[in-house]
Design a protein around this ligand. Structure first.
Ligand SMILES: [Zn+2]
Length: 228
């Protein structure tokens, strides 16, 4: 009976709340570079623009992640279609797409790994290019929000609890000096543990996952999907 009641409640929630979709992107740029990018993380600029404009034509409104979160926490009834764009990892290729997004007045959230802002460090290949600290801190448009993605791009399941805590402290202490910092955390590779969940909640960080789901009213778990 409780299963049936749960199903009815969920259906009722879906009837009154239009889902908010949060997309997770990486590289949106002119050329794919096999030495520094994964094919699945890259989208050609024109393809991206046409997807964004097609969403707009369907009546979708692009909003900032913090605004979406307010809706998720408060809305009892939501008829509008909202979409949020987020970019992970802070690649230098952002410089190719951010000006167009600004021109279109589309807000974005960047999830950053602090370590790679030094212009020398990288995840897998020295060919990878990231925004530098100067470039990131020069992004002060009110359309841009800066969230955390860990000090380094490591799976939380490959870290000890101590390493994870240090990674959070280091990243947050650097990024929180950015005027557009928001206390939101996107897990690397979408993986997490009970410890990381508890720790980040205690740090008052809002958590985001990449699980392909849409958002209704669950403020403890913000879902993201890939833009295809
Ligand atoms: Zn990432």
């Amino acid at each position: 009976m409780s299963g049936l009641w749960h199903k009815i409640k969920r259906k009722w929630m879906k009837l009154r709340l239009h889902p908010i979709r949060v997309f997770c992107l990486h590289h949106v740029c002119e050329k794919f570079d096999a030495e520094s990018m994964n094919q699945g993380d890259w989208m050609q600029i024109d393809e991206f623009k046409s997807k964004v404009l097609a969403l707009r034509q369907r009546g979708v409104k692009f909003i900032a992640l913090t605004e979406a979160y307010k809706h998720i926490c408060k809305d009892w009834l939501r008829c509008k279609k909202y979409v949020v764009l987020t970019f992970d990892d802070g690649y230098a290729s952002l410089k190719e797409i951010l000006p167009w997004l600004e021109e279109q007045q589309i807000p974005v959230t960047l999830f950053i790994n602090g370590k790679y802002l030094d212009g020398k460090s990288y995840r897998k290949s020295p060919k990878e290019k990231y925004l530098t600290k100067e470039e990131l801190f020069a992004l002060t448009s009110p359309l841009i929000e800066i969230g955390s993605h860990g000090w380094e791009h490591i799976r939380v399941t490959d870290m000890t609890d101590w390493e994870f805590r240090t990674s959070v402290e280091q990243n947050v202490s650097l990024l929180s000096t950015h005027p557009n910092y928001i206390p939101f955390w996107a897990y690397t590779y979408g993986t997490y543990t009970d410890f990381t969940e508890n720790y980040l909640h205690n740090q008052h960080l809002v958590l985001l996952y990449v699980d392909g789901e849409k958002n209704y009213n669950d403020k403890l778990k913000l879902h993201r999907e890939l833009l295809k």
